[in-house]
Each structure stands twice: as structure tokens, then as C-alpha cells.
Design a protein around this ligand. Structure first.
Ligand code: MN
Length: 720
């Protein structure tokens, strides 16, 4: 039975027709599997109809046919038949996996994911990102081939749709799918997508161009035939066997030429195009010689894409010639093998290899295709840059993420929500507090994947968290967080240093505010700083001692009398107050973990600022012999923030005990930062919690609440 011409929309293509096509290049049991997929698909789509009124299954069947014409493997064919099943029917991916294997299920799932991403932005850069994202999303290049077949059939049957929908699909086809087909070297499909897209998107321009082309038709045909014969005859004289074909220009490419190069219709049409196919590479160059002898070549227009193939593997010789009649001739010369690649691109790999090792995964095929490009390129001795482009497209190191507005951002693989926030804008990064990924709230450290829609939630007054440095992946995020922390530390150390100096000066009735210019100059010169802020900063960081600066300011005589014992009664009248929010320059010792309400004492640690201990902490006693470093310190009456403290308890071993205790802690609004459990004997365990509380009162509440649990006996705060 003859396969009907597929472009005729009236023909009905049946599964039996498909099986006949497949029998020619697939094994019998593979064809049987395709048939079973058809039965499943037809059942799944039963009762559904296309806009044209025909049963829905006609569409996936037609997509499968397009792939069969490209001699794709049977799994791609099955995936094409089932490509709308996950999306449009009640059947799920695992059902397909059970029936037809994981590979087919992954393919169908991949196509569904591509179908689900929405292309909204019109900017060219966005279209480019979108194309990259589509390629990045697929684990298996066959997903793209199935999707292209799907789209091609939708374009062929676009007529049934409402005009706005038609235009939207046509635009998407011209901006996204045709360029992807081109990138994969699939010219036959690309050309058809372009022509169909052009008619649908610009029906008027298309009609006018078509009419103009028709008018020139008769004359042109005559010219083309004459030239064809002339070339044929000359080749025959040279004993060269070749087929010479005059190529009609496609409407969309005429349109693009007029549009992009601002040419008139006649300028574009004054060019006649021919293709000459031969058997070997040597013959290509011989034909070139003959042609250049027959017509005068236009200088600078000869291109040797055999020696230097295009990025998608296209090979051919191109030349442009003057004819005696004043128009020009574009001639392409290539071998028949090159012609197959020029038409089918990456799919040519299935074309050549079908039958043999069909178990070969598609990704391996794609890599082989790349490898063959590389070999061509190395043979030609040219740079590898061209290959890089293709490789980046097919195996990208980037992820492509949607903003809420539908723009696409490119981020390195492994990027997190915080990286995304900084990529949007530095301020967004600095103030981000939460993220919604595909409308679900997620932690900021969450890694992002291709095609996700990310919405960053910001709060004015929010600040970068040093913890982010552990997981961010972009230079921009890292630099900005570091920069912020450095500035913060600088500000905080200046403010702290100022208060420390003020405290020392106050003993003598002086203050930082009332410093005379003379005194300022004196202290700057003696300590060798450029300005007072620098002195404050160094004092705050613990690199400069406050009382040394104070002594210089007060003057040597009085300074000698300055008490060095910070615990002296006079100094304690004027302690340094801390609020607990001086993050980078005030640290709370991990041994005693002081919290508001505890009596505290602090010392200055070089480079780190102030370290606060509980007054009765053992470690603090070690520093008693360095009195100049001690600072008398007290909590502000209003303290902000949460403070870490450790509690430890003995509990009876019982299932769920940890959860019960944790719930009791949480009920009193204390965050649990860490838990350690240690079984003492079969009956009892010791649990220690690191929790954060506001102050002693808060801690007392928590302890009281936990103590009420029957299974808990002995609970106390831990100090080391
Ligand atoms: Mn479809």
C-alpha cells in the first residue's frame, strides 16, 4: 500500500499505516510494542476530540509518523504516541513505566514538562534563554525530537484554532521551536515550521509575497531550467555524475531577507539558487572548479563549509556567481551524505544507525553526534569554539529559572534561592527572607532546578545572614554578603569602640563628644591613625586599647593616675551596656553561654571584639591577671534577640520521648538549635538541647514546663 502524501490534511493516517512504515526499519517485536502503545493511547484519549473534530488519538499518531519518517527508534515512536497521556488523561507516569518501561515513561514525562512551561516574554534575549532552558530541561535529546514532532503536527493543523491562539502558537514556533530545530541541524523540520509559522502569524504579508512570487513564476521557471541544463551539460563534458536541482526560495526566508537586510522584493528574487549533489568530497571541489569556469564567481562569497562545518554539523560548498543576464546564482555543492545531515541534523544519527545497537541511549547518540562534529572540526584544523556552542546547548552547566514576571534568569548549576535573589538585584538579595518555589514556601538554601518559577519574599530592614555563605554558589551573592558583613562589622566596631573610649574618658569627666581639636590631633598623631573613626574601629575590634587612647587624651600626668583595674569601684559606676544585637563585634562565650539576666563580664579579644562571659564562669577567671583587658559590662534594660543556652535532662527511655520533650520546649516559643541524646542504661537517657531564649525568665519558663512531664526527672541549665 502506498503511503499517502502526508501534507494533505484530508487524508486519514491509521495505525496500520504507521506499522507498515515501521516494519521497513524496526524489528517485528518493536513494531508490536508500538501497536500496543497505540491501543493504550487510544483507550486513554477515548472520547476526547481535537478542535477540528477528529478523535484526539489522530494527533499523537501523526506526531509518531513524523518521527517514523525520520527513522527514529521505537521508544521515541511510542513516546510520541503517548506524549499527551500524562497531561490530558487520568493515567500517570508510573503506569506508563509499568507498561512500556522507564525510558518511555521518562520521555513522555519530559515532553509533558516542556509542554507545561509557558513562554511569555517577547524580548529576543529571553527567547534565547528560553531555548536554552528547553534544551537544559531534557535529560534525553529525544524529548526535544518528540516535542518538535508534536509541534510540527500542531502547526499543520493550526487552522482549526481561534485566531489569537493560532498567533500565539505561531509566534512561539518562530521564536523557539524553529531555532531549536536549526540548532540541531534539522533543516527539513525547521523550514516547515517557519513556513507554517509565517502564514499563521503574518497572513497578509504572506499572501502578498506569495502573489509576488507567483507573478514571477513563469519567467523564473524558464530561467531555472535553462541554467540547470547548462550546468548539467558542462558537468557531463567533464564526466561528472551529479544531480542539479533549482531551489525555490521559501517565503519566510525571502521575508526575513527583505526585513533584516532592507532589500526590495526584486533584489531578493534576483537570485537563483541551485544545489548540486555528488558522490564524494573530491567531486565537490571538482564541480566547484567547473562552475567557476562556467560563470564568474562573486569575490568574497565562496564558503567552504566542508573544511569548516557549521556548528550543527552542516557541510557544503557555497558560492555565488554572476550570470551574463545580470542576476546572480547561489550554488550549494555537497555529497549525498552531507545532504542527509543537512536535512535531518541530529536525527541523521538514528537514520544511519537504526537497526544496529538500538539499545544505545539517546544521550550517547547525542554525544556521538557532538563527537562527530568535533572530529570534523579537528580534521579541518579550526578552533573548537563552534563545538562549545552546541555543547553548551545540549549539556549545559546552567539552570534557567523564571522570575514571577516570566523573564528567565541563567544561573550556574547548584544555585540556590539566595543566588537567584542576588541575580535579580542586590537589594533583593540583601533583604530576602523567604522564597516561594512554584508557589510553595521553601528554605532559602533550596537548590533550584530548570523551569522553576521563583518568587523572593523580601522585608525592609532584613539583612544578609552570614550562614548564607555556606550555600551560595554565585560570585555576586558571595561578594555582596561578604561586603555587607564587613561593613556591618566596621560600623559595629566603630560604635563599640566609641563607647569603650567614652567609658574610659568619663572617669575624668571627659567624653568623646567634648574632645577638643587639639586633643584629637594629639591622639591621632601619637597613635598614627588618619581619623577618629579608625581609632574607634580598632578599639572596637580589640586591636587598640581604649585606656591607652584615653591616657593620651587626658594628658600624661593625669593619665598616669588612670586606674588600670577595670573592676575598681569608680569604673563600675559607668558600665558598658550591650543590647545583644551587636552581632559581629560582641560574642557570647560558648562555655557559659550567658543570657540576659545573668551577671556578665567581658574582655577584648584582638580582632574579634568583645567576648562576653558569665561573671561566675571558670574560663573567665583565667583572665583575672590581665585586668587591662577586662571591661565592665551590663545588659541594656531592653534587650533584643535570642540567645543560645544549653539545657540537659535525664529522661525515662520510652518511644517518642524526644518528640514529647521537643514539643514542650517549642510550646514555650524556644527554638531548638541542636539536640544530643545519650543512653545511660536501658532505662534512662540524658538529652541535651541547645535552645535559644530571650532571657533568664524565658529560660525558667521553658525549664518549668519541661519539668512537668512525667518522664523527665532532673533538668538543668548547663555551663561548662
Ligand atoms: Mn500534542
Amino acid at each position: 500500500m502506498a503511503v499517502p502524501e502526508y501534507r494533505d490534511s484530508n487524508d486519514v493516517f491509521l495505525i496500520s499505516d504507521l506499522c507498515l512504515m515501521l516494519e521497513k526499519y524496526l524489528k517485528h517485536d518493536e513494531v508490536t510494542e508500538v501497536y500496543q502503545a497505540y491501543l493504550f493511547g487510544a483507550e486513554a484519549h477515548d472520547g476526547q476530540h481535537r478542535m477540528s473534530g477528529e478523535p484526539y488519538i489522530y494527533h499523537p499518531l501523526a506526531a509518531a509518523r513524523i518521527l517514523a519518517e525520520m527513522h527514529m527508534d521505537h521508544k521515541s515512536i511510542i513516546a510520541a504516541i503517548l506524549h499527551d497521556v500524562i497531561e490530558d488523561t487520568k493515567h500517570a507516569k508510573d503506569e506508563i513505566a509499568k507498561l512500556f518501561g522507564d525510558e518511555v515513561a521518562d520521555l513522555v514525562d519530559g515532553v509533558s514538562k516542556l509542554t507545561n512551561i509557558q513562554f511569555e516574554s517577547k524580548a529576543e534575549a529571553q527567547a534565547e534563554n528560553f531555548r536554552k532552558m528547553m534544551l537544559a530541561m531534557v535529560q534525553d535529546i529525544r524529548v526535544i525530537l518528540v516535542k518538535l514532532a508534536d509541534r510540527l503536527h500542531n502547526m499543520r493543523t493550526l487552522g482549526a484554532l481561534r485566531s489569537d491562539k493560532r498567533r500565539k502558537i505561531a509566534r512561539e514556533t518562530l521564536e523557539i521551536y524553529a531555532p531549536i530545530a536549526m540548532r540541531l541541524g534539522m533543516n527539513t523540520i525547521r523550514l516547515e515550521l517557519e513556513e507554517l509559522g509565517f502564514v499563521a502569524l503574518y497572513p497578509m504579508r504572506c499572501r502578498i509575497l506569495k502573489e509576488a512570487v507567483r507573478k514571477t513564476g513563469g519567467d523564473r521557471k524558464e530561467v531555472v531550467t535553462k541554467i540547470e541544463i547548462k550546468i548539467q551539460e558542462r558537468l557531463k563534458q567533464e564526466d561528472i555524475i551529479a544531480s542539479v536541482v533549482g531551489r525555490e526560495k521559501h517565503l519566510y526566508s525571502i521575508y526575513l531577507k527583505m526585513f533584516s537586510k532592507a532589500l526590495s522584493f526584486h533584489d531578493v528574487m534576483d537570485v537563483y539558487a541551485f544545489r548540486i549533489l555528488v558522490d564524494s568530497v573530491d567531486m565537490c571541489y571538482r564541480v566547484l572548479g567547473v562552475i567557476h569556469n562556467l560563470y564568474k564567481p562573486v569575490p568574497g562569497r565562496f564558503k567552504d563549509y566542508i573544511a569548516i562545518p557549521k556548528t550543527n554539523g552542516y557541510q557544503s560548498l557555497h558560492t555565488v556567481l554572476f550570470s551574463s543576464k545580470g542576476f546572480s546564482l547561489e550554488v550549494q555543492i555537497r555529497t549525498k551524505d552531507m545532504d542527509k545531515v543537512a536535512n535531518a541534523g541530529i536525527a541523521a544519527h538514528w537514520l544511519y544507525k537504526s537497526g544496529k545497537d538500538s539499545s544505545n541511549s539517546a544521550q550517547i547518540r547525542a554525544r556521538q553526534w557532538l563527537k562527530s562534529l568535533l572530529e570534523m572540526q579537528q580534521f579541518a584544523g579550526n578552533s573548537m569554539e563552534f563545538l562549545e556552542n552546541v555543547k553548551i546547548d545540549l549539556f549545559p552547566d546552567e539552570v534557567y529559572i523564571f522570575t514571577p514576571k516570566g523573564d528567565i534568569l541563567e544561573l550556574p548549576r547548584g544555585a540556590t534561592a539566595v543566588d537567584f535573589a542576588y541575580a535579580v538585584h542586590t537589594d533583593v538579595g540583601n533583604q530576602c527572607v523567604a522564597v516561594k518555589i512554584d508557589r510553595v514556601l521553601m528554605p532559602l538554601r533550596t537548590k533550584l532546578y530548570n523551569g522553576q518559577k521563583i518568587e523572593i519574599i523580601t522585608a525592609s530592614g532584613a539583612n544578609p545572614n552570614p550562614v548564607w555563605l555556606d550555600f551560595v554558589n554565585t560570585v555576586k551573592a558571595r561578594t555582596n554578603i561578604r561586603h555587607y558583613l564587613k561593613n556591618l562589622q566596621k560600623e559595629e566596631s566603630i560604635s563599640l569602640g566609641k563607647r569603650l573610649l567614652d567609658k574610659c574618658l568619663s572617669v575624668y569627666g571627659e567624653s568623646v563628644k567634648s574632645l577638643s581639636d587639639e586633643n584629637i590631633t594629639k591622639v591621632l598623631t601619637q597613635l598614627n591613625y588618619s581619623n577618629m573613626n579608625k581609632i574607634y574601629e580598632e578599639i572596637g575590634l580589640g586591636n587598640q586599647l581604649a585606656f591607652v587612647a584615653a591616657r593620651i587624651i587626658i594628658g600624661d600626668d593625669k593619665g598616669k593616675a588612670l586606674p588600670v583595674d577595670p573592676q575598681s569601684s569608680e569604673k563600675t559606676k559607668n558600665p558598658l551596656y550591650i543590647k545583644g544585637t551587636e552581632n559581629t563585634v560582641v560574642q557570647f562565650a560558648r562555655c557559659c553561654r550567658p543570657i540576659p539576666g545573668d551577671s556578665i563580664i567581658a574582655y577584648v579579644s584582638a580582632g574579634r571584639g568583645i567576648v562576653v562571659h558569665a561573671q561566675d564562669c571558670n574560663n573567665a577567671q583565667e583572665f583575672v591577671d590581665k585586668p587591662e583587658k577586662w571591661i565592665d559590662i551590663q545588659w541594656e534594660s531592653e534587650v533584643d534577640g535570642n540567645f543560645s543556652v544549653e539545657i540537659k535532662m535525664m529522661v525515662k527511655n520510652q518511644r517518642g520521648i524526644l518528640a514529647t520533650v521537643a514539643a514542650a520546649v517549642a510550646e514555650k516559643d524556644a527554638n531548638i538549635e541542636n539536640v544530643d541524646m545519650d543512653e545511660r542504661d536501658g532505662l534512662h537517657s540524658a538529652i541535651s538541647f541547645l535552645i535559644s531564649v530571650k532571657d533568664r525568665k524565658h529560660l525558667a519558663n521553658v525549664i518549668r514546663h519541661v519539668r512537668r512531664l512525667k518522664l523527665v526527672y532532673r533538668i538543668s541549665r548547663v555551663r561548662r
